[in-house]
Design a protein around this ligand. Structure first.
Ligand SMILES: Nc1ncnc2c1ncn2[C@@H]1O[C@H](COP(=O)(O)OP(=O)(O)OP(=O)(O)O)[C@@H](O)[C@H]1O
Length: 230
């Protein structure tokens, strides 16, 4: 399998506190990973670094086979990597505008954009909310809109930060039902989570941040070992 992202060393500290020092690790193209670890170990920070939202000390970074630096964050990675926050921030226009915003910025023609947005909203079960004020959505609806907004961009790497946290009952089930479909699309996905149902998804590689290191666990359901952390 092709490596999408390779990092020889990734080091993050806040003041004197070393949060993690990871060396080396790689993410395969089209592979799904679940990132676990105790509260505060740095899962969100790691995803934010990969998304270019936070700086870190890095060396030996390659993305899609090209050597890159993460500061300044490369445009090619900005275009290819989408981060979905556990509390997604929405523009206060409409749900449909939010789902289509990234495509609009990319200059997608209106007719095509409308079609893609319709399909994504149907996929996420939020078509009925198309004209709604995003500020009035429930947590589960917001997360599903955020997943639709990410999906339309067809990212090479999708980073999901605790997609089911703070959700329960039907809202959680609805988000859980979307995730396997995202994993089938050929996108590399990394999900930070504590949710056992996500951690147990078949074919997903488990990685764990512990004591500032990234450990690789087995792939679920006894599949062959993968080259996640080499
Ligand atoms: N800007 C910052 N300055 C100082 N410390 C920070 C900053 N951002 C995060 N931290 C600290 O870094 C640690 C890791 O935070 P992070 O949110 O990445 O953890 P997490 O593993 O995602 O936690 P959780 O499972 O609770 O979401 C925490 O102790 C947090 O307080």
């Amino acid at each position: 399998m092709t490596v999408l992202l390779r990092i020889a060393r990734l080091h993050k500290q806040f003041g004197d506190r070393i949060l993690f020092d990871i060396a080396p690790f790689s993410l395969d193209a089209g592979r799904a990973y679940v990132l676990t670890g105790v509260n505060g170990c740095g899962k969100s920070t790691l995803l934010r670094i990969l998304a270019g939202l936070e700086l870190a000390g890095t060396s030996g970074v390659e993305f899609a086979g090209e050597p890159v630096q993460l500061d300044p964050y490369p445009a090619a990675m900005r275009a290819a990597i989408v981060y979905v926050h556990q509390h997604p921030v929405m523009f206060s226009t409409s749900v449909a505008d939010n789902v289509g915003y990234g495509l609009k910025v990319r200059g997608t023609p209106n007719a095509k954009l409308a079609r893609i947005v319709d399909d994504a909203m149907e996929w996420a079960g939020v078509s009925h909310l198309r004209g709604s004020d995003p500020a009035r959505l429930s947590g589960g609806e917001k997360q599903r809109v955020a997943l639709a907004r990410a999906k339309v961009l067809e990212p090479k790497l999708l980073l999901l930060d605790e997609p089911t946290s703070n959700l329960d009952g039907a809202a959680r089930e609805q988000v859980l039902a979307l995730i396997p479909q995202l994993l089938e699309g050929g996108t590399t996905v990394v999900m930070a989570c504590h949710d056992r149902d996500l951690i147990g998804l078949p074919g997903v590689v488990r990685i764990k941040l512990r004591d500032g290191r990234l450990e690789r666990r087995n792939t679920n359901r006894g599949e062959p070992p993968l080259s996640l952390v080499t």
